[in-house]
Design a protein around this ligand. Structure first.
Ligand SMILES: [Zn+2]
Length: 60
């Protein structure tokens, strides 16, 4: 993953652990610029994608 900083530096994972309910993985990342941020890795089922499309149609 690339850091959102102006340098767009490559980031490395400092720490990685599951969330309390275990449905996602939380990763702490650090960029060469010194910026630190967290990313979440979640499961996305097809059903959820369908629901999202329906919602988009309603909003139009
Ligand atoms: Zn950076």
């Amino acid at each position: 993953m690339i850091c959102p900083c102006e340098k767009k530096g490559e980031t490395s994972v400092v720490d990685s652990r599951p969330t309390e309910d275990g449905t996602a993985i939380r990763r702490r990342r650090m960029c060469v610029c010194g910026e630190r941020f967290t990313t979440f890795e979640r499961i996305q089922f097809r059903e959820l994608m369908v629901v999202k499309k329906k919602r988009e149609k309603i909003s139009i």
